[in-house]
Design a protein around this ligand. Structure first.
Ligand code: NAP
Length: 315
């Protein structure tokens, strides 16, 4: 990938895609292509075909997907499996038919088996039952990984798949109905502070541990992989250490400046006790995350404050 390669970032307004686009621009890549879902609906096969036939794309970062938390996955399973299968099938196949040099597909660590050993290694994929609440999404994503591997085997393409851990950062989804835990906590603490509430309730005991990667670090890792890795094996992207939800909540409370209490509703389920990825493979390739959780949350909160009215409700 050189500075005037034609690079398509699919999903450039999302958490991941926007971070990749910012990073590519910052690093001096100038020949970038990106379209909103309104301009190019990636579930529309003909539209995707026309786009690739006309754009002479060399490299694809496939960060467009239908993404959401547990509630959204539970309520809209059909949308999650259909849209993701359509988006990735259309983009991967059109890339092949139009001689794209390399494509990076984004899987997710939430598609590892529900009871995968911790920390999760790449070889744990497809070794056990999936988490039932996001099974349709996971099946779609696994199909995307298998599609990349199969195209590589049959057609000799160079399509790689990365498995990021939980992400957070600019352009995150702060809608409490569909968001992940970290942006949801930022919003809850911010609203509690603005409304002078005495406390913020957290679901569960606060003891489960999770890993969080800042989206700019993820972007850096995807560009690193595009430049330094080719192969059929998936690659985990994470920080390699985790934090309890209790400590995460306390960190966000301090950064937001909320003075009240944190309460734990232990009648609500905790979910998996621990979720952490093994990042040995990525570290051995020569990449490590650089942003501390505190610094990343400060940046994410800054973005939230600057975009609270314009973007949050429309996402
Ligand atoms: N967020 C995480 O914690 C996380 C963790 C691991 C892996 N990942 C993976 O990273 C990828 C991106 O996730 P994200 O968090 O960045 O999601 P996101 O913030 O919801 O962004 C998704 C993007 O996909 C685009 N998109 C959705 N449907 C589309 C369609 N039909 N046609 C064209 N574009 C469409 C949207 O474009 P518009 O804005 O133009 O509508 C949006 O910008 C996903 O594959 C996800 O599995 C995410």
């Amino acid at each position: 990938m050189d500075f005037n390669s034609r690079i398509y970032v699919a999903g450039h307004r999302g958490l991941v895609g926007s971070a990749i686009l910012r990073k590519l621009k910052r690093e001096g890549y100038t020949n970038l292509v990106y379209k909103t879902s309104k301009e190019l609906d990636l579930t529309d096969r003909d539209a995707v075909k026309d786009f690739f036939e006309n754009e002479n794309i060399d490299y694809v970062f496939l960060a467009a997907a239908k993404v959401g938390g547990i509630v959204a996955n539970n309520e809209f399973p059909a949308d999650f499996i259909r849209d993701n299968i359509l988006i990735q099938t259309n983009v991967i196949d059109a890339s092949y038919r139009n001689n794209v040099k390399k494509l990076l597909f984004l899987g997710s660590t939430c598609i590892y088996p529900k009871h995968a050993p911790q920390p999760m290694k790449e070889e744990h994929l497809l070794t056990g039952e999936l988490e039932p609440t996001n099974e349709p999404y996971a099946i779609a994503k696994i199909a995307g990984i298998k599609m990349c591997q199969s195209y590589n085997r049959q057609y000799g393409t160079d399509y790689i798949s990365a498995m990021p851990t939980n992400l957070y950062g600019e352009n995150d989804n702060f809608d409490l109905k569909t968001s992940h835990v970290l942006p949801a906590l930022i919003r809850k603490f911010h609203e509690a502070k603005s409304e002078n509430k005495p406390s913020v309730e957290i679901w569960g005991t606060g003891t489960p541990k999770r890993e969080f990667l800042y989206s700019d670090d993820l972007a850096d890792a995807t560009i690193f992989l595009m430049q330094n890795y080719s192969g059929n094996e998936i690659v985990n992207i994470g920080v390699g250490h985790d934090i309890s939800i209790r400590d995460l909540a306390a960190t966000i409370k301090d950064i937001v400046g909320f003075d009240g209490q944190i309460t734990f509703n232990t009648l609500k389920p905790d979910g998996t006790p621990r979720k952490l990825v093994d990042v040995t493979k990525l570290n051995d390739l020569g990449w490590e995350a650089q942003t501390t959780l505190e610094d990343g949350i400060k940046e994410a909160y800054k973005w939230y404050l600057n975009n609270i009215e314009t973007k949050i409700e429309s996402k």
